[in-house]
Design a binder for this molecule. Structure first.
Ligand code: ZN
Length: 270
């Protein structure tokens, strides 16, 4: 009986204790490395603290430099019966100013008219009104034009005097144009109105920032009442403002809202 007990104890030891004794020699699982205090003190890179990546920069669209045609440059104009005629820009300006505004009007009004037409021609060169010509000589479409040399019949004995005024208005404003945000404006004009001009939106349904309604009360003295669409510069108003002592730049800024009047040189384009 005692022997049996002894065997039982031995078995017990062999079954339970031996694995326990050898367990200590079993390979331990690899220790997880504990971060050193220095590593813990170092803050991990925080993505939220980083500057957001810079927006890709799209350059502002830069308008091409303005190229004012030289006064001697050739322009094609539709005259009379719609025939295309090649003129110098200078000849075109002489004939258009003479046909558009009475030569009796003051010099500053004629200069304002010359600058408006030069600008209108520059605008037309990038916004074509006609397929094969810069502008036409039909005032219902573009503007009135007839060659200066043909005005003898209209001006008679005053031809020399009037022609000199027209030429002076064009030459003394050589290179001067009307700009809005550095671009030439569509410098429309008309004979006279009824106390105020009309905005482009009011007449043509399209908002144009520099063609707003402005006061033009002096137009009430115009002998034949309102004449023309009323958008842009009033020619009779320009006369009245010139008689009141305004310069052509002031007259243009009166009628074209928020514009600059600048002299461009043909050489640099600025
Ligand atoms: Zn036309």
């Amino acid at each position: 009986m005692k022997r049996t007990l002894a065997v039982s104890i031995a078995l017990y030891l062999s079954v339970f204790l031996i694995p326990l004794l050898t367990a200590g020699q079993a390979p331990l699982p690899p220790e997880r490395p504990t971060p050193s205090p220095a590593e813990e003190a170092e803050p991990p890179p925080a993505p939220s603290a980083e500057e957001p990546p810079p927006e890709p920069e799209f350059p502002e669209p830069v308008p091409p430099p303005l190229e004012l045609p030289d006064a001697g440059a050739a322009v094609t104009v539709l005259v009379g019966d719609g025939a295309a005629r090649e003129l110098t820009l200078r000849e075109f300006l002489y004939g258009a100013v003479a046909a558009e505004m009475p030569a009796l009007y003051p010099e500053e009004a004629l200069k304002a008219q010359a600058v408006a037409i030069r600008t209108f021609a520059l605008y037309a060169s990038s916004h074509p009104y006609h397929e094969d010509a810069l502008l036409c000589g039909n005032p219902e479409c573009c503007l009135a034009f007839s060659p200066l040399a043909e005005r003898g019949e209209v001006w008679g004995g005053q031809y020399e005097e009037f022609a000199q005024k027209i030429v002076a208005a064009v030459e003394e404003t050589d290179g001067v144009v009307i700009l809005y945000e550095s671009r030439p404006v569509e410098a429309v004009f008309f004979a006279a109105t009824d106390g105020r001009t009309r905005s482009a939106e009011e007449v043509w349904g399209a908002e144009v920032p520099y063609l707003q309604s402005v006061e033009s009360i002096f137009d009430e003295e115009f002998p034949n009442g309102p004449k023309g669409h009323g958008v842009g510069m009033s020619q009779f108003g320009a006369r009245q403002l010139a008689l009141a002592g305004l310069s052509y730049e002031e007259i243009l800024k009166w009628y074209y809202t928020g514009v600059e009047v600048a002299r461009l040189s043909a050489e640099t384009g600025q």
